[in-house]
Design a protein around this ligand. Structure first.
Ligand code: AMP
Ligand code: MG
Length: 315
C-alpha cells in the first residue's frame, strides 16, 4: 500500500518482488533494520555501490557494512575465525558487526570496502531485511540511510526526509527497535571495538574471556571520524541551557518537567535511552530549537554508545 509519500511502502509479497527486482537492476532502496534504517544495494555491483556513496555524499575512504542471512553466503567473501564463530553463536542475528579478512576471490566490489583487505559483515535480525536478503542472490551493502555525518534514521519517514524521491522504494518497518548503529568489532587480530553499541565491550570481553585491544585504529572512516551523528544544530554536553529556546536532553527524572526538557528514559534505562536518542534529537530539531544541551548520561553498558554518539554530534 502506498501512502502520500508515494515511495514509502508497507511490506508484502508484491513489494518484496519489486524491491528485489530493483536491487537486481542496480538500484538503491531504503530498508528497516533493528538498529537503524539502511540504504541498501547489491554488494557485488560497482554501479550500485557508487550510487550509495553518491546518495549519501559519503567519503570513499569509509567502507560499508555487508549484510547476510547465512554463514554459507558470508563464507564466500570473508575468512572466519574462532572468535567470530563464538560471537556469531551468541549474538547473531543481531546488532553486531564483525571486521574479518576478505577472501581473495570475493565478488564484493572494491569500493564497498574502500580498497581494504577486510570486510565488515553483519547478520541483521529484522524480518523484512532478512526476507529481502534471502530473496536476492547477493549480499546487501547497507550503510545507514542518512546523508554522511548526519543522524541515522529510525523510521521510514526519516529516510524520506533525507532522500525524498531520490530513491524509489523505502520500506516501512516501523521504528527501529535498537535505535542506534551496531557495535563494530575488529576480529582480524586481538578483538577491538571500532564503534560501541548496545552489545557492550564488557559483555564481549566477558563472553570471549579475553581482554580487548585498545590500539588506535589505522582505518579511517566517518564512524570513527570526530564529527558524525549530527542533528544539524549545535550539541553541548554536560550543561543545562539558560533559556527556553534551547532544548535540554535529560536522563532519568532528576529534573522538574519543562517544555524544553526531553527525557531519554524516565526510568533511567540505558537501553531505552539509546532507542530514544535519535528520535528525540530529530524531534528537537523539528520543533525549531536552536541548540541541544545534554545532561550527563552514565558511561557504562549502552551508555558508552550513547556518549560516543553525543560526543561526535557535539564536534
Ligand atoms: P555506517 O555508515 O553507519 O553503516 O557505519 C559503518 C561503519 O563500519 C564505519 O564506521 C566503519 O568504521 C565500519 N567499517 C566498515 N567496513 C569496515 C572495515 N573493512 N574495516 C573497519 N571498519 C569498517
Ligand atoms: Mg552511518
Amino acid at each position: 500500500m502506498k501512502n502520500i509519500y508515494s515511495n514509502i511502502y508497507s511490506f508484502n509479497k508484491k513489494i518484496l518482488k519489486k524491491t528485489v527486482e530493483s536491487l537486481k537492476r542496480g538500484n538503491i532502496v531504503g530498508l528497516p533494520t533493528e538498529t537503524v534504517y539502511g540504504l541498501a544495494g547489491n554488494a557485488y555491483s560497482k554501479a550500485s555501490i557508487k550510487k550509495i556513496y553518491k546518495l549519501k555524499k559519503r567519503p570513499k575512504v569509509n567502507p560499508l557494512i555487508i549484510h547476510y542471512t547465512s554463514l554459507k553466503d558470508a563464507n564466500k567473501d570473508v575468512i572466519f575465525n574462532k572468535n567470530f564463530f563464538k560471537l556469531y553463536k551468541k549474538f547473531c542475528p543481531g546488532p553486531i558487526t564483525f571486521v574479518l579478512k576478505k577472501r581473495e576471490n570475493t565478488n564484493i566490489d572494491k569500493l564497498a570496502t574502500a580498497g581494504l583487505n577486510t570486510v565488515a559483515i553483519r547478520f541483521p535480525k529484522n524480518n523484512i531485511v532478512k526476507t529481502v536478503i534471502r530473496s536476492s542472490k547477493f549480499p546487501l551493502a547497507m550503510p545507514s540511510a542518512n546523508l554522511s555525518s548526519r543522524l541515522s534514521p529510525i523510521n521510514a519517514l526519516d529516510v524520506y526526509e533525507e532522500f525524498q524521491k531520490k530513491i524509489k522504494i523505502i520500506i516501512n518497518g516501523g521504528k527501529s527497535k535498537i535505535g542506534i548503529e551496531s557495535t563494530v568489532l575488529d576480529l582480524t587480530d586481538k578483538p577491538r571495538i571500532l564503534r560501541p553499541g548496545i552489545i557492550s565491550s564488557k559483555e564481549i570481553k566477558k563472553f570471549l574471556k579475553t581482554n580487548l585491544s585498545h590500539k588506535k585504529s589505522r582505518i579511517k572512516s566517518p564512524g570513527m571520524l570526530k564529527k558524525h551523528y549530527s542533528p544539524g544544530i549545535p550539541v553541548i554536553i554536560g550543561r543545562k541551557p539558560s533559556n527556553i529556546n534551547d532544548a535540554f536532553i535529560i536522563f532519568g527524572n532528576k529534573y522538574k518537567k519543562r517544555k524544553n526538557f526531553f527525557d531519554l528514559s524516565k526510568n533511567g534505562d540505558l537501553k531505552e535511552a539509546a532507542a530514544n536518542l535519535y528520535k528525540i534529537m530529530r524531534k528537537i530539531k523539528k520543533k525549531g530549537y536552536k541548540r541541544i544541551f545534554v545532561s550527563k548520561v552514565p558511561n557504562y553498558g549502552p551508555g558508552i554508545a550513547i556518549n560516543d554518539r553525543l560526543k561526535k554530534a557535539s564536534q
